[in-house]
Design a protein. Structure first.
Length: 512
């Protein structure tokens, strides 16, 4: 019997099924991994990203690269999601996670070609992951050196040559603050990254409001006010009837006296730094200057709050509320300028609030330093919180790979083959580290296997001269969470991709 064909999809919808769908998906995942591969590790290269408007970003950061490139393939987007999750959960390890995911899929493709069913492969991968997570405990290190964690995260970034300074700042900033979000970052052009520093509070981009005001003060007492310092603004426009010229004079004199009294009330209460969220009247500024008070106007609310936090001052709304107890204190304040950026520097507040000033000669450089700083501060805080780390340089991946391959040989059947595929995929990390360092990956992997079969479980790639070396002796460490999360998301995503055997795409709206 001949029937009419039944259309269940709109015209223009395309469909890929079975192996075509799988191999296209795997190709997309491999392409994403390929895009970031060369950036892995201390010897990794940078990428220059240019967007439609011609803006340029130069970066070595996997997450940033993947965020910026415009990708439309749905599977590629899933891989990019790994990088985002990795970044959110552990601040680092994005490139590694993407590389492992791509590699797992690549190895599994060979199994699909051998007609092993994707469901069987996925079961094997899942078993493998459970084993890896358990096995990871064998590599735990509990003797934690935050400085080395920071330095490992900074290695290979633009910040590398300044990693002593930046790592110091990083650890200091994390120790000073409860939440990473409380670390304020100020970027200034000029100088070198080595001039970066950590200071209690900064007011950025603000010049003192009168040139005769002092530029530096010892033990300043700070008043914070969030309303205008000027003649009271009446709510309603008032008309003042003046009938003879002496009245004008008297009126102005009264106004001037009021403003002078306003300035003096700060002086009486011993405040010598005044930060005002609104404007300050010229006459008040003049009197402030005469009284030796350093005042800033139009300070942002965030800065006001940060100063309040650091100095113990209360933000007042009315000069009448000014008392000694509303004031906050610092050890020192100084008006400085960095390049053409005027900055009021306040140091030694009674509560620690942390501003990090990152410096460098160009905007691109400072921004890349900031990304490196963010990563490093992130891993330092993760390491501090979790208090468990691992040796880096591909050592853990190499060790896990060996044990999983061994373990898989006891697993009968095809699931075992998937576990071997996963084990092989883990080697992509040390191998890529070696490749990117210009070393011969075959020689390096042989040396690494030898070391691990001799029980040297902390041996990784010596990227400087080649050969396997105990990464502890080089001080290369990373939080356990970074590796654990990378393994989880790589395997989970690979499973998700492998389970797809049908891609149905609706017609693109704006297809030319
Ligand atoms: P990711 O985005 O995955 O963090 P990175 O480019 O930051 O990628 O590289 C991280 C890898 O580089 C980690 O495996 C880490 O152990 C390794 N690594 C860092 N410093 C060294 C070093 N001095 N020697 C060898 N490997 C290192
Ligand atoms: Mg990193």
């Amino acid at each position: 019997m001949q029937g009419q064909p039944v259309f269940i999809m709109q015209q223009g919808t395309t469909q890929e099924q079975g192996k075509t769908a799988q191999s296209n998906n795997i190709a997309a995942a491999k392409a994403v991994a390929q895009a970031v591969r060369t950036t892995l590790g201390p010897m990794g290269m940078d990428k220059m990203l240019v967007d439609e408007s011609g803006d340029v970003i130069i970066t070595n950061d996997g997450a940033t690269i993947l965020e910026e490139i415009d990708i439309s393939h749905p599977t590629a987007k899933m891989i990019i999601q790994i990088a985002k999750t990795q970044e959110q959960e552990c601040y680092d390890g994005t490139t590694s996670a993407v590389i492992v995911a791509g590699e797992v899929l690549k190895k599994c493709e060979a199994l699909i070609d051998q007609n092993i069913h994707p469901t069987t492969i996925c079961r094997g991968l899942r078993k493998g992951l459970v084993y890896l997570i358990k096995k990871l405990e064998d590599y735990e290190i509990h003797d934690i050196d935050l400085d080395k964690i920071a330095k490992t995260a900074l290695t290979g970034k633009s910040a590398d040559s300044f990693k002593d300074v930046i790592a110091d700042i990083c650890v200091g900033a994390v120790m000073n603050t409860e939440n990473l979000e409380d670390i304020r970052i100020t970027k200034a052009l000029g100088g070198s990254a080595a001039d970066s520093e950590i200071i209690v509070v900064f007011i950025i981009d603000k010049e003192r409001s009168h040139p005769a005001m002092p530029t530096s003060l010892r033990k300043p007492l700070v008043a914070l006010i969030d309303s205008t310092l000027g003649v009271k603004q009446t709510e309603i426009d008032a008309n003042i009837q003046i009938t003879d010229p002496t009245q004008i004079e008297a009126f102005l004199a009264k106004e001037e006296a009021e403003l002078q009294a306003m300035a003096e009330s700060f002086h009486k209460n011993k405040a010598n730094v005044v930060l005002c969220q609104r404007e300050i009247d010229d006459l008040v500024k003049y009197h402030f200057a005469k009284l030796g008070i350093l005042a800033l106007e139009k300070v942002t609310k965030t800065d006001m709050e940060a100063v309040a936090m650091a100095s113990g001052a209360t933000i007042i709304n009315n000069v009448k509320d000014l008392t000694g107890t509303a004031l906050g204190s610092f050890d020192h304040t100084e008006q400085i300028s960095l390049g053409d950026l005027p900055i009021l520097k306040l140091t030694g507040g009674k509560n620690e609030a942390t501003t990090v000033l990152l410096r460098g000669p160009t905007t691109h450089f400072v921004e890349e330093i900031e990304r490196a700083f963010d990563d490093a501060a992130g891993v330092v805080s993760v390491a501090q919180r979790d208090s468990v780390i691992l040796a880096g340089g591909g050592s853990t991946y190499a060790g896990l790979s060996g044990s999983l391959a061994n373990h898989a040989s006891q697993e009968a059947g095809r699931q075992g083959m998937a576990m071997v595929a996963l084990a092989d995929a883990l080697e992509s990390i040390p191998r890529t580290l070696a490749e990117n360092a210009g070393l011969d990956p075959v020689d390096e992997m042989m040396a690494l296997h030898k070391a691990h079969s001799d029980g040297k479980k902390y041996h990784g790639i010596n990227i400087e001269v080649g050969g396997a070396i105990d990464m502890r002796s080089l001080g290369v460490f990373e939080p356990k969470r970074v590796v654990e999360q990378a393994l989880k998301s790589a395997v989970e995503t690979a499973i998700m991709v492998l389970r797809i055997d049908d891609i149905i795409s609706s017609k693109q709206k704006n297809q030319g």
